[in-house]
Design a binder for this molecule. Sequence first.
Ligand code: C5P
Length: 244
Amino acid sequence: MMEEARKRLIFALDVDSFEKAQEWVELLHQQVGLFKVGKQLFTRCGPRVVEMIRERGADVFLDLKYHDIPNTVAKAGVEACRLGVGMFNVHALGGLEMMQKTVEEVDAWCQQHNQPRPIMLAVTILTSSTEETLRGVGIDRPVAEMVPRLAELTKLAGFDGVVASPKEVALIRAACGDDFAIVTPGVRPSFAAMDDQKRVTTPAEAIAAGASHLVVGRPISAAADPAAAARLILEEIAGALNLK
Ligand code: C5P
């Protein structure tokens, strides 16, 4: 059960240097299934940070949220596969054709290279966006309508799941069924500070609501003993999985 829990715990490598990333990977690779590499770290360090994580035996969630014309996103997806990442994402607002083309080219490349396909996710509406933000770009629909709509589009395109706030998980689960990954940040175990996260749930609540993976940063990185904090979170995930 702990191994099952480990596969679901993603640590946000929100650091600005290769050396700091390496220290975290050394410290946490036994507790954490995937390390999330985002725009800051990837822009600073490039593919070598992905290679370093993979050499340590851990997987990478490449969080670059591609959003471009279908051909460009599909080609970027293929490069993510070549890097050997376990998970990557795009913006669902890029549309059905963009996502379908990405699935098509990634599938073809993975088959040709006999490599497992990474978990392909889409972001629906960024949790930093409000209804006002959407109106400003000409989208006149409520967030609560847009999120399940874009999640359904993601599934229709053949993607594996979405990134979502814990508060949206139940809605997405209802719209997209059980066979769909839902990766949630904004998770705060009871022992951790809230930081700048406003709407949070505990790891157990997020799993019970239907999240498949949790992205956790500061509750681990700011803890006095980060490896112990990660273990506590794993226990909480394992406990919640047992309930199912
Ligand atoms: O430190 P913390 O646990 O808040 O880190 C959460 C990670 O998830 C960060 O990398 C943050 O950028 C990301 N994230 C988030 N909320 C979203 C989307 C992504 O906190 N809605």
